[in-house]
Design a protein around this ligand. Sequence first.
Ligand code: SAH
Ligand code: SF4
Length: 363
Amino acid sequence: MINEILKKGEFEKNDIIELLSLTDKDDLEKLYSAAYEEKLKHSGKFVYFRGIVEFSNICSKNCFYCGIRKSNKGTERYFLKMDEILDAANFAYEQGYGSVVLQSGEREDEVFTDFVEEAVKEIKKIGGGALGITLSVGEQSEEIYKKWFDAGAHRYLLRVETTNRKLYKKLHPPDHSFERRVECLKIMKKLGYQVGTGVMIGLPGQTLEDLANDVLFFKETGVHMIGMGPYIPHHDTPLSDSIPDFENAKELQLELGLKMIAVVRLVLKNANIASTTALQALSGTGRELGLKAGANIIMPNLTDTKYRESYQLYDNKPCLNENAGMCRGCLEMRIRSIGEEIGYNQWGDSLKFKAERESLSNN
Ligand code: SAH
Ligand code: SF4
């Protein structure tokens, strides 16, 4: 059965649901290795790094699942100084990471949007524009997205979290809008960003059909990058008890996360897919498993150790006591251990984005 589906090359919704329902170890191995082979075709044995700076946990929103939501009084709030961000970006440059991601809670006020613009401009000066810059700071107006693009940001990550509208409503307060998120993705695409989106996997109430719809949504919207990871409850949120006995559910949650990576690789083929930290929160080798299931991007944490404790979107986030240097050594060893190489000093742009650009200029 699995062999027949994998042979197809193009997958319909039912095929995707079949693949996501696999449980037999041999079948899972076949799925992961087919996805890994697909990844090899596009980006070879390379894994690209995006050093992530979680520069602020101040957020104006209240997503029910997130540890840094506005109403969580148990988290100490912080906002990095420009120098601290530039130190992290310089470290990324010196280490040959190629790209950085600036991530934070969502704010639309001018103090914030001006600060981000300034940060992008300053990072662009490092090594004469050597670093690729991804932003992941939520929903904004077209004007702001344009400002940041003109300042030098060229990729943006905005997850839609789930494409099941009913589920989206259950996970967010009434003024949080799925439609606005999709609209934002369209605007970014129009402006010329490489656009990334994603979902949380294994949300309470989410079905395999929902996940299959998510994958088809990624394909239809033509996004270039995917960053998705397992949902992990945070103790200080309204959804803290949403998965009873989470300790025992971890293994299945990880497996579902890996199956999604593999399926997305098989369906989107040449997109950039991140092996996210949430995988590692579920298993010490979660991120390596993600790479073996078809992901090609890793986001080493550059956030200063003293702030890491306060940027916990979910419980048990790994590496809270480590610093950026330790993360580099550890990751290098992990990646080599599975026979992959790091694409140092390269932006590692989405091949899907490049192919799209080439076909536009040929027409
Ligand atoms: N504020 C921005 C960026 C930071 S949040 C935004 O929301 O886009 C980045 C991502 O963290 C979110 O998109 C969400 O998918 C993920 N996240 C939040 N809480 C989580 C949880 N409990 N488990 C897993 N992922 C979570
Ligand atoms: Fe804020 Fe993003 Fe967390 Fe939602 S997911 S509460 S927008 S940081």
